[in-house]
Design a protein around this ligand. Structure first.
Ligand code: C2E
Ligand code: CA
Ligand code: CA
Length: 709
């Protein structure tokens, strides 16, 4: 829009400028034309005056004859006979200038004034054949306007008579006359032609006045006939300028109006677009805001948050059995369920909160005024409570569940996309943990999800193609000097993520059913490697899922047979989870393994149920005290007491007691004093690749490459 305003305004102003200039130019031209026309008219009028004067002189010049007949003086009797003349003379053939009418000036003055005329008539007489038949004195007449002092003088001369014998010698009596034009005379001439304020001025016309140059007897310009010219342009200007101004104002007003109108229309359009957007921002089925509107609201709330502080929660909800409802009762039931869910949720929220439906069975909430995570937790609980109550759908009670993922601002960030992504991650986590629960986003969830994807994509291939490797952590005797065994710990060298530790992928492998091939691979590789280290026990971790698999014992037997590894050098580390769930089956498998000569260790002792019953019932050879006890031992005396009693318990039951995670000399001294049989931890050695174990055991020379590996 504004792209149009400036060019249009410029064009308009330019046009108005041109109109103004045209008016001014036209009026100036009109003024000039009028002045010129008056000048021409005045010249014609003066011409006419001279003509008249000449005619008058011609008519009476024969009366100058008595002066010719009676030379020697101007007869007084002729006085007043020619009242229109200021002076009249007869120039005789002798050259004498004889006054005919009362001369107002001296003869010398008259001669000066009239001489140019007389000369001209003489020249006429010489050049024109005055003796030719039909030539009249008038034909040879000369007249002129002459400036004399401060007055304008009309003067004429002509041969007083033509005797027919006259030779072109110029020697004929010549009649001359002049008349001073009074201001009254001038006015009369001017009035005839509508010329205003005509007067004789000595200087060139100034100001508004214009004029005609006038000559003296010598032909020099000495004065000007000036007048106030007619100025039709002024009138034009007077009338057109206001008109144009008015027109311009009207045009400007019109322009402003049009611009304003266009703006108004644009605003109106924007408003209706906004309205449409608002309508568009709704989910048609539930009438709730959709993802777009939700995002907008979240942006607004986050902006408010960064101004005023406080907190909010973004919750993503996913109904747990919606698909079943749709499949069982049809889409109409599904729609009804969505509407009812929307109603129940709306009842739980405050006016400042936002509930949205993203489509399908996905809902989202912006909870405002969240001071601590407890506020969000309380709402999440209410949501779970409310939605797990049965719904009446098409006359049948229907039960669904809901999973909720929660992200908090500002704790988890202040960016909309980020918060939505984190809430989604938390939702994913809640769902994968078994539905009908809420989960706050925690930073490891991101990692879990990424790892889950990596495991899904790459782990199977790594197992099949020997892409995994084992590190071994030595287990020492209580004095920390003799290596009595090695614990095999799996590692996954990933082409993108580097060396991945088992804690990051074992549980996912368990979920994805990959832990069985993985466990079998580890067992086989550990037995193969173990052949290199005669006399040492090799401990292998076995996941409960792997252990519960009905083929587990068979696969152990197969591996032992294939590799030729002595069963009594194999130690299987199990966790309490193994024995808790299906105790009978576990017991049977353990008995079979014992029968083979395989040793069994209870790993991570103290973290689970740690019931004495299990220790009595199941045929473990060893307990491994979880390293978390050692970690907190210094901090709380309670842990030290626990470790103390575990060691004594184990010893009393005839089990080998191993402590894991020994990192300090103090821990070592303490455990040794307690009577712990075996020790394992970074204080003695980290898990190492087989080559370095060789070095440690003195089976291979210490080399740069080996220690760096
Ligand atoms: P775990 O069986 O308790 O193994 C001991 C873990 O503690 C190892 O971590 C080891 O590197 C670490 N560790 C040893 N000494 C110290 C110490 O002094 N300080 C500290 N902070 N840590 C120490 P890793 O190798 O990451 O293994 C983690 C867990 O993954 C193992 O715990 C085990 O439960 C599981 N795992 C490892 N390999 C396998 C496998 O082949 N199969 C199965 N099913 N699980 C395995
Ligand atoms: Ca272990
Ligand atoms: Ca352990």
């Amino acid at each position: 829009m504004s792209r149009l305003v400036w060019p249009t305004a410029t064009l308009l102003i330019l046009t108005l400028g041109i109109v103004f200039a045209t008016v001014l130019w036209t009026s100036d031209t009109a003024n000039e034309n009028a002045g010129n026309r008056q000048r021409v008219q005045l010249m014609a009028a003066l011409e006419q005056t001279l003509e008249d004067f000449e005619g008058r002189l011609a008519a009476i010049s024969p009366d100058f004859a008595p002066a010719i007949a009676a030379p020697g003086g101007a007869a007084p009797s002729r006085r007043g006979r020619f009242p229109e003349f200021s002076g009249a003379y007869l120039l005789e053939a002798t050259g004498e200038l004889v006054p005919v009418a009362e001369p107002e000036a001296s003869a010398e003055k008259a001669t000066f004034l009239l001489d140019p005329l007389i000369q001209a008539v003489r020249r006429n007489l010489e050049t024109i054949d005055a003796s030719a038949p039909g030539v009249r004195p008038r034909d040879l007449a000369v007249s002129r306007l002459i400036v004399d002092g401060s007055s304008l003088v009309a003067a004429a001369a002509l041969p007083a008579a033509l005797d027919g014998t006259a030779k072109p010698s110029g020697r004929l009596p010549i009649a001359v006359a002049y008349r001073r034009l009074s201001p009254g005379d001038l006015t009369k001439i001017a009035e005839l032609h509508g010329i205003d304020g005509l007067m004789l001025e000595t200087g060139a016309p100034s100001g508004e006045r214009i004029g005609l140059a006038m000559r003296d007897a010598r032909g020099n310009t000495t004065a000007y006939l000036t007048w106030r010219p007619e100025r039709p342009g002024d009138l034009m200007r007077e009338r057109l300028v206001p008109l144009t101004l008015f027109g311009s104002l009207v045009a400007l007003a019109l322009f402003a109006f049009v611009i304003g109108y266009i703006r108004w229309i644009a605003r109106d359009l924007a408003r209706s677009e906004e309205h449409a957007q608002r309508l568009l921002g709704r989910d048609p089925l539930s009438g709730l805001p959709n993802r777009l509107l939700f995002s907008e609201r979240l942006d607004q709330e986050l902006a408010r948050l960064s101004r005023t502080g406080g907190g909010l929660a973004v919750m993503f909800l996913d109904l747990d059995r919606f698909k079943d409802v749709n499949d069982t009762y049809g889409h109409q039931a599904g729609d009804e369920l969505i509407k009812k869910v929307a109603h129940r949720l709306e009842d739980l929220l405050r006016a400042t909160d936002t509930l949205a439906r993203f489509g399908g069975d996905e809902f989202a909430i912006i909870q405002t005024n969240v001071r601590t995570s407890h506020d969000a937790e309380a709402l999440a609980r209410r949501v779970l409570d409310s939605l797990t109550q049965p719904f009446e759908i098409l006359g049948t009670p229907v039960t669904v569940g809901v999973s909720v993922g929660i992200a908090l601002a500002p704790e988890n960030g202040l960016k909309r996309e980020e918060l939505m992504r984190l809430a989604d991650t938390a939702l994913y986590q809640a769902k994968s943990e078994g539905r009908n629960r809420y989960r706050f986003f925690a930073s490891q969830m991101d990692e879990t999800i990424r790892m889950r994807k990596t495991v899904e994509d790459d782990l199977r291939q790594a197992i099949e193609q020997d892409g995994l490797c084992l590190h071994y952590q030595p287990i020492y005797s209580a004095d920390g000097k003799t290596i009595v065994g090695l614990e095999a710990l799996v590692r996954w060298p990933h082409h993108k993520q580097g060396l991945i530790n088992p804690a990051r992928f074992i549980s996912i492998a368990e979920e994805r059913g990959l832990v069985i091939p993985l466990g079998e691979w580890v067992l086989r590789r550990a037995c193969q490697d173990g052949l290199r280290w005669p006399g040492l026990r090799i401990a292998v971790n076995v996941s409960p899922i792997q252990f519960r698999h009905r083929d587990f014992v068979t696969s152990v037997m197969r591996v032992l047979k294939e590799t030729g590894f002595e069963p009594n050098r194999l130690e299987i580390e199990l966790t309490e989870g193994v024995v808790v769930e299906d105790a009978d089956a576990a017991e049977a498998a353990m008995m079979e393994l014992r029968a083979l000569g395989v040793n069994l260790a209870l790993d991570d002792f103290g973290t689970g149920y740690s019931s004495l019953i299990y220790l009595r019932r199941f045929a473990f050879d060893k307990i491994k005290i979880d390293r978390s006890f050692l970690e907190s031992m210094e901090a709380t005396g309670e842990s030290a007491i626990l470790v103390h009693s575990i060691v004594h318990l184990g010893r009393a039951l005839g089990l080998t007691v191993t402590a894991e995670g020994v990192e300090t000399k103090e821990q070592h001294r303490f455990l040794q004093a307690l009577g712990c049989h075996q020790l394992q931890g970074y204080l003695f050695s980290k898990p190492l690749p087989p080559d370095e174990i060789d070095v440690l055991l003195g089976l291979a020379p210490r080399t740069e490459g080996a220690s760096a590996a």
